[in-house]
Structures are given as structure tokens and as C-alpha cells.
Design a protein around this ligand. Structure first.
Ligand code: GDP
Length: 445
């Protein structure tokens, strides 16, 4: 699977970071050293790794991050943001010519990279968006490539233009353009000849096509499995024929991910699509943010962190969580916490974010993010006197009765809240006994 081993390593690094709770500068540096190793093992270009880690370090060791509510999550958030930046920031697609004009796409790449397959996949994708593409066989050296293109074109009901192997690719492309005009094809996809290695003659041939035909998009197809070789190939092609975008194939089999992660940083050219399998439908638009999310194994967690930090009063939450950890939690804190939580929607997710609570199982049927329920609990606590709030042990039946009357609820409701509170406190006690030792599960993951 794509990025499998890299993803696993990064997630393990973050898991141990989260397990630490409070982070020191040394913790962050040690974790980043591991991130650096993981990326190098994934065959990411070493210069790219160096800059990537330095950028993260600069942002992550500041007091603001380490003093934050959730330092580990902050570091992970920074890694995620830098990863997105590294692989392309935003989703880019093929730039089409204005309506009525033909968009000419030239596919380039080494033999075996998946160029012919990808040309057909791309044609299928563009057709499904309402275009009328024409596939053009410009590989005059390999009759098998022409045949392959025809078969894959036919499967998708897409016309394939070929003229055998006696004409030059430029002549074929020119004739194809005329054919497209007559047949109302709005896209021309030129499948050019590859070589096993970078070769001057191949480059000259591609440059020649560009000189003679108005090519709108020059796309390079590279094989993810070849790691840094793919990056070097991309650099050479870009120097010689100026690329508009890159398609990284065979990502489905690439557990390391080095090529996909470094190619944008090295060449400056975006990845437009990724090949995820041999089937003609296995071509995906490349979304840097989603890819980063996949690699780091985080769903909507990031937006949840942002939401929590935007809406909660950080000092109050810190204070409460400190009390929770020391098991000094009383009804005043309970009330305070409820008021913080009330501002939020997803109770489970939010509680998970509180340092010290993350990873614990809350009592079943416990606090519900329900307005009415919140108000009732609030009313009950507000009906307690100072002594009762700070020392719930004094709550005998007559006190509970008085509180129930004051809050306008049944005494059973008061009993339930007191029980819930005690359960929570007991859990906190168990938890504080566990800290310092091994802790199961993290807040996120
Ligand atoms: P070309 O020489 O560059 O035109 O390469 P081909 O299009 O002939 O592809 C070479 C091989 O790679 C074929 O067996 C394809 O099925 C395979 N291939 C292409 N793209 C992908 C992909 O994204 N994933 C996988 N697993 N195989 C692919």
C-alpha cells in the first residue's frame, strides 16, 4: 500500500510524543530526528528532508507550542502543514484551453514508467468530465505500444489516432491535430516514445514536438517505485522540455513514498495525478492535504484541535486538567468543565483532547452534549452550597433533597449526577496512579 511503512513509522513517533504529555525542547528535537530518519529511509531526497525538518523545528520549539494546551498535537499539526506544503499545497489539475480550442497534452517518460497506460487512464478521466479526447500514438519505435494504446482506447470507447511507424512523431502529431479539428475532439493526448534511460535523442524528439506543435500541457510520467531515480529523471526532463505537471504511477505498490514526497520540492512542478493500480480507473487526482492526512493517519482530528483551541479557554482547561491529574477535582471544577464543554459539540472528541483524559474510556451514558442535560446539571451544582461543592462526601439524603428542590429536579437526578461525578473522580485517581508508568493509548490515533 502507498506510504505504508513511512506512515507506520511516523505514527509511532507521534504516538510516543503524545504519551509524554508535557514536551521539552529536547523531546521535540529527538522526535524530529526520528522523523528525519523515517523520511530518509523512505528515500526522500536528503536536501528536502533537511529543509523539511529544519522548518518544522523552527516552528515547533517555540515556547508558544511547548506551552500550549496540547503540545504533541501542535507538533503533529505543524508536521502536517509542512507536509502539505512540501507535496504541493493545493490540488492542481490540467489547465484546459478555452472552449472551442483544442488542448494538446504531451505525455513524456521513460519506458516502463506507465506512460501508455496513464495516457489511456487520463483520456478516460477527461472523457468522464464531458470532454472528447483523442489518443495519439507518437511512439514510432514500439509497435506494441501503439497496440496497447488502441486496446486501452477501445475499452473506454475513446478514439486512437495512429499512422504506423514510418512518419516522424511531429508529422503524426500535426496530422492528429487536423483529425481532431474535423472530428470535434477537444483534447489531444500524445503518447510519445520512452527510453530505458535519459537519452539525448529522446529529449530532442520531445523538444521537436513542442517546437512544431502548440503543446499546452507537458506531463511527465514517473514510476514511484524507482524512488530518487524518479526525482532525478523529473529534474532532467524539466531542464530540457519544461514540464507543466507530473503523474506519479504505481503508488499502490510504493510503501516508501520518497519520489512522491520529494518531486515537487526538487523540480518545483506539481503532481497532478497518481496511478493507484493497473486498472484504467486507477488514476486519482492528487490532493496534497488528503495525501498528508493519509500518511499521518489523521482524519478530521486537525480541525477538531483548531476548533477546541479556538473555543476553549486554555488557562481554565489547563487548570482543570491539572486538578484532574492530581484527583483534586471537585464540583466547582466539574461545573467549570461543563461550561467549557458546553461551547463545543463533540464531547468525546473534546474530552480526548484534554491532556490527562485522552485515551480514557468515559462512563457509558455519561455526559451528553445535550443543552437541556447541561442546564439541569448546572442547576444542580449551583444549588449546592460551598461546602457541598468542595467536599461532596457531605452529601446526605437531606442535603440532596434540598438541592433537588433548588434545581427543580427529582432527587434521583441529583443522585445520578453525584454518582457520575464520583465515577469520574475514581477514574482520575486510577489514571493519576498510571501516570509516570506506561499509558495505554493516546489522545489521538
Ligand atoms: P510505458 O512503457 O511507460 O508506456 O509503460 P506502460 O504503460 O506499458 O506500463 C508499464 C507497466 O506498468 C504495465 O504493466 C502497467 O500495467 C503498469 N502500471 C502502470 N501504471 C500503474 C499503476 O499506477 N499501478 C500499477 N500497479 N501498475 C501500473
Amino acid at each position: 500500500m502507498a506510504f505504508e511503512s513511512l506512515s507506520e513509522k511516523l505514527q509511532n513517533i507521534f504516538k510516543s510524543l503524545r504519551g509524554k504529555g508535557k514536551l521539552s525542547e529536547a523531546d521535540v528535537k529527538a522526535a524530529l530526528k526520528e522523523v528525519r530518519m523515517a523520511l530518509l529511509e523512505a528515500d526522500v531526497n536528503f536536501k528536502v528532508v533537511k529543509k523539511f525538518v529544519a522548518d518544522i523545528q523552527e516552528r515547533a520549539v517555540g515556547t508558544e507550542v511547548l506551552e500550549s494546551l496540547t503540545p504533541a498535537q501542535h507538533v503533529i499539526k505543524i508536521v502536517n502543514e509542512e507536509l502539505i506544503k512540501l507535496i504541493g499545497s493545493e490540488t492542481k489539475e490540467i489547465i484546459m484551453q478555452p472552449q472551442g480550442e483544442i488542448t494538446v497534452i504531451m505525455m513524456a517518460g521513460l519506458q516502463g514508467a506507465g506512460k501508455t497506460t496513464t495516457a489511456a487512464k487520463l483520456a478516460g478521466k477527461l472523457k468522464s468530465k464531458g470532454n472528447t479526447p483523442l489518443l495519439v500514438a507518437c511512439d514510432v519505435y514500439r509497435p506494441a505500444a501503439v497496440e496497447q494504446l488502441k486496446i486501452n482506447g477501445e475499452k473506454q470507447n475513446i478514439p486512437v489516432f495512429s499512422m504506423g511507424n514510418n512518419l516522424s512523431p511531429v508529422d503524426i502529431a500535426k496530422a492528429a491535430l487536423e483529425h481532431a479539428k474535423k472530428n470535434h475532439n477537444n483534447i489531444l493526448i500524445l503518447d510519445t516514445a520512452g527510453r530505458l534511460h535519459i537519452d539525448e535523442k529522446m529529449m530532442d524528439e520531445l523538444a521537436d514536438i513542442k517546437k512544431n506543435i502548440n503543446v499546452n500541457q507537458t506531463l511527465l510520467v514517473v514510476d514511484a517505485m524507482t524512488g530518487q531515480d524518479a526525482v532525478n529523471v523529473a529534474e532532467s526532463f524539466n531542464d530540457k522540455i519544461e514540464l507543466d505537471g507530473i503523474i506519479v504511477t504505481k503508488l499502490d505498490g510504493d510503501t516508501r513514498g520518497g519520489a512522491a514526497l520529494s518531486i515537487k520540492a526538487v523540480t518545483g512542478k506539481p503532481i497532478l495525478y497518481v496511478g493507484m493500480g493497473e486498472k484504467l480507473s486507477d488514476l486519482e487526482v492528487f490532493h496534497p492535504d488528503r495525501m498528508a492526512g493519509r500518511i499521518l493517519g489523521m482524519g478530521d482530528i486537525l480541525s477538531l484541535i483548531e476548533k477546541a483551541e479556538a473555543e476553549m479557554d486554555a488557562d481554565k482547561v489547563k487548570q482543570i486538567s491539572r486538578k484532574l491529574q492530581k484527583a483534586e477535582f471537585d464540583f466547582n471544577d466539574f461545573l467549570e468543565q461543563l461550561q467549557q464543554i458546553k461551547k463545543m459539540g463533540d464531547l468525546g472528541g473534546i474530552l480526548n483532547m484534554l491532556p490527562g483524559i485522552g485515551g480514557m474510556n468515559l462512563p457509558a451514558g455519561g455526559l451528553q452534549p445535550d443543552e437541556k442535560q447541561f442546564s439541569r446539571v448546572e442547576a444542580i451544582i449551583l444549588s449546592m452550597n460551598v461546602k457541598e461543592r468542595t467536599d461532596p462526601a457531605v452529601l446526605n439524603p437531606s442535603r440532596k433533597n434540598r438541592i433537588a428542590k433548588g434545581a427543580g429536579v427529582n432527587i434521583s437526578e441529583v443522585n445520578r449526577i453525584v454518582k457520575q461525578f464520583e465515577q469520574m473522580k475514581k477514574m482520575m485517581k486510577q489514571f493519576s496512579g498510571m501516570t509516570g508508568g506506561k499509558r495505554k493509548g493516546g489522545g489521538f490515533g
